[in-house]
Design a protein around this ligand. Structure first.
Ligand code: ATR
Length: 273
């Protein structure tokens, strides 16, 4: 019987993860099956326990269960611990291990596909919710000159920056207090999902800057439109989606898939910015 994997979420119907992992499995010759599972909001723990008991080997976890996934695991990687959230579970003989591949997925997309180095550069991260927290540690480990977290609710930005102060030069502020120009601007807010913009001004974009929206498949979002008007190069989060999946696949199967053809196939269905 094929090894069984799944993604747990609510909602889950829109998930691209089954298509991505099925493509990775075919490409690398791995004998595995990967399904999407809709989990009732109060049934996450039971769903994971039942899946593991039925022989499940690993799982991805998406909204709104990432924090619960981290909490219920027997072991956590440093990056899951820092994120306070897990998108990847590995079921082993001695319990459940939690990891978070979102941040490394973002990093790999930025550095490998978009050829955008982070070391010594000025980073702006918009948003201070779970999505921002999930990528902060790997971003700081890439050794930027500085990383500023800007958020509508400035207190959340300050609090998040303070929690990561030991990992690098990070600070937080509200949008009205934002000053300076940035080389890489990452939108980790949920604004694009609601077709809303965020209050960043053209003067925040340095020459040759990159604007990266972690949302994907939304085409030219208001955030990206403003950035492009300011002269920035723009990218959506489709590459991050594929790269976080590849990092999970590597954890489970010990093989790193080639993401380029899988990204290209998905891009055909999802509007690029
Ligand atoms: P997620 O897990 O997706 O990060 P979240 O924890 O609810 O979800 O956080 C959503 C983030 O998007 C927050 O940073 C939120 O800003 P506030 O903390 O000020 O609420 C941000 N956000 C959502 N809609 C926004 C909008 N229209 N403009 C600016 N920021 C927005």
């Amino acid at each position: 019987m094929s090894d069984l994997y799944a993604v747990f979420g609510n909602p889950i119907a829109h998930s691209r993860s089954p298509a991505i992992h099925t493509a990775f499995a075919r490409q690398t010759g791995q004998d595995m099956r990967y399904e999407a599972r809709l989990v009732a909001l109060d049934r996450f723990r039971e769903a994971v326990t039942e899946f593991a008991a039925a022989g499940g080997r690993g799982a991805n976890v998406t909204l709104p269960f990432k924090e619960q996934a981290c909490a219920l695991a027997d072991r956590r990687s440093a990056r899951a611990e820092a994120a306070g959230a897990a998108n990847t579970l590995v079921f082993t003989a001695d319990g459940i291990a939690a990891d978070n591949t979102d941040g490394v997925g973002l990093l790999r997309d930025l550095t490998d596909r978009l050829h955008c180095p982070l070391a010594g550069r000025r980073l702006l991260l918009a948003g201070a919710g779970g999505a921002a927290r999930g990528v902060l540690l790997p971003l700081l480990e890439a050794r930027p000159e500085m990383l500023v977290i800007a958020n509508r609710n400035a207190v959340r930005a300050h609090t998040l920056a303070a929690a990561f102060a030991g990992h690098g030069p990070v600070s937080g502020c509200g949008y009205p207090d934002l000053a300076g120009r940035f080389d890489v601007v990452i939108n980790a807010t949920s604004a694009s999902l609601a077709d809303a913009g965020i209050p960043l001004r053209p003067e925040h974009y340095a020459a040759d800057s990159l604007a990266y929206d972690m949302a994907y498949g939304k085409g030219m979002t208001p955030f990206l439109a403003t950035a492009r008007a300011a002269g920035a190069r723009v990218a959506d989060g489709l590459g991050m989606l594929v790269e976080q999946a590849a990092a999970s696949f590597l954890l489970w199967r010990g093989v790193r898939p080639d993401t380029a053809p899988v990204y290209a196939r998905l891009r055909l269905d999802l509007p690029a910015p």
